[in-house]
Design a protein around this ligand. Structure first.
Ligand SMILES: Cc1cc2nc3c(=O)[nH]c(=O)nc-3n(C[C@H](O)[C@H](O)[C@H](O)COP(=O)(O)OP(=O)(O)OC[C@H]3O[C@@H](n4cnc5c(N)ncnc54)[C@H](O)[C@@H]3O)c2cc1C
Length: 414
């Protein structure tokens, strides 16, 4: 694999950029792999990358039914942060945050990680109590977070309406929070995993699991059977469907979550502004579009679309809070299917089937943890035992009651 550098850019300029190598191969599946990862989103690709580069397991396939990043990885609003309440979450999301910082260098691919600062606004006494409790917990866990007064918020975002229907009483700021380019994350992991020997197989749907005496031995796919010693399922949105194929139930519900972008304008928003109370959040992409996150639908569905009333509510709140944007036109809207647990924390877990592992339930907020999730999942698959950071996120917690309740920090009203 040629390395991306200024020299390769100049070299390829001489041939009018006609001779760039493909970023990853498109091999036919082998009969058997040591590890098969189902799902070619960021989490699945990251898992394969760390298996090959850190755990010495290179006989790995990533099986994707569509195209890489075509699921939630390419549909999210790209927000990265680690300001969660509980110690277990601090360890997981904090681990991801550390990996984000060196990710472009590690992958030799610019994932455009931009720690531009992230505000969580408080609009009510309840919101204030929530951000104060969470802010203190985050601080005690050594993760950066600061309270801002309304005056400090006004200084950061002078065009925000502070006294309207959604008054701003204060905010929680994570300076290291920000954004990363979502599809670059999938492509960067894919390219680096492929270079380390991983087979990435697109347009190949997993339709069933081969299970003998309670142990998984392979997967059935639209391109035939593929044998596997270990299988990791990372299929956000469809995880309960996959669990049903393997003969058990996953404690998940699937909802459409939607987002939209505006026409591009000159730089105006230089941080991420989230508002849990009204559920509308904005940032500005490098192209100049406002990237707007909306709420999830109130009912279960597998449509990658989302309902119209949600768009209406979101834009109404945006116009109320930022009168500056009232005459902007929206360019695109889309949805993704998120699988949500009752405690709004992910499931990274063994399952009732031996050697079959699931990494799912990231709900509306898994993009930010892509590197951390892939890293701890890879080590868990390689060792046959859950990584210490992943252990609290076992599916057994729904039996034992040891929930990791991140309802407030997950920032979306479900
Ligand atoms: C609108 C929206 C906004 C969001 N905003 C944010 C945000 O700002 N910050 C944040 O942290 N998170 C956000 N999220 C959540 C985040 O996108 C997800 O948690 C994360 O991307 C999940 O990554 P993944 O790799 O697990 O899943 P995906 O990227 O969805 O990958 C799963 C893959 O599995 C494949 N698959 C499914 N079934 C099969 C099968 N049978 N066989 C083979 N392949 C299969 C799918 O095609 C898909 O490509 C948002 C989500 C949405 C929808």
């Amino acid at each position: 694999m040629s390395r991306y550098s200024v020299f390769s850019l100049v070299r390829n300029a001489f041939s009018y950029h006609q001779n760039w190598q493909r970023a990853w191969r498109s091999p036919d599946p082998k009969r058997e792999y040591d590890v098969v990862i189902v799902g070619g989103g960021g989490h699945g690709l990251a898992t394969a990358y760390y298996l090959a580069t850190e755990c010495g397991i290179t006989n790995v396939a990533v099986i994707e039914k569509g195209w890489l990043g075509g699921g939630n990885t390419g549909r999210n609003t790209t927000i990265v942060r680690s300001n969660y309440l509980w110690d277990e979450s601090a360890a997981l999301y904090g681990h991801a945050m550390q990996l984000w910082q060196g990710l472009s260098q590690a992958l030799n691919y610019n994932v455009m990680y931009s720690p531009r600062g992230l505000l969580h606004l408080a609009h009510s006494v309840h919101d204030m109590q929530e951000i104060q409790r969470r802010g203190n917990a985050i601080y005690l866990n050594g993760i950066d977070s600061e309270f801002l007064s309304p005056e400090q918020v006004r200084e950061m975002v002078p065009f925000m309406s502070m006294e309207g229907r959604y008054p701003v009483l204060g905010a929680l700021l994570q300076k290291r929070g920000g954004t990363a380019r979502h599809d670059a994350v999938a492509w960067g992991y894919a390219r680096a995993a492929d270079a380390a020997g991983v087979d990435i197989i697109q347009n190949c749907e997993v339709t069933g699991f081969d299970i003998q005496d309670g142990t998984v031995t392979g997967v059935q796919t639209s391109r035939g059977r593929i044998g596997a010693k270990t299988v990791g399922v990372v299929t956000a949105g469809h995880s309960s469907v996959m669990a049903e194929m393997a003969g058990f139930r996953m404690p998940l519900e699937s909802f459409p979550l939607q987002a939209l972008v505006s026409e591009p304008v000159k730089p105006v928003v230089d941080c991420v502004i989230m508002s849990n109370g009204v559920h509308a959040y904005i940032s500005q992409s490098d192209k100049g579009e406002l990237v707007i996150g909306a709420s999830s639908d109130a009912y279960n569905s597998y449509t990658q679309r989302g309902s119209y009333d949600i768009i209406e509510d979101t834009l109404q709140a945006i116009c109320e809070m930022y009168p500056l944007f009232t005459r902007m036109r929206m360019l695109r809207q889309w949805g993704g299917i998120v699988d949500v647990t009752v405690d709004r924390s992910p499931i990274i877990s063994k399952t009732p089937v031996r050697n079959l592992y699931f990494n799912c339930g990231w709900g509306t907020g898994g993009f930010k943890c892509t590197p951390g999730s892939g890293h701890v999942f890879a080590h868990s698959l390689a060792n046959g035992d859950m990584h210490a950071i992943a252990a609290p996120f076992s599916m057994d917690r729904f039996n034992s009651g040891a929930l990791v309740d991140e309802g407030a920090a997950s920032a979306v009203a479900h």
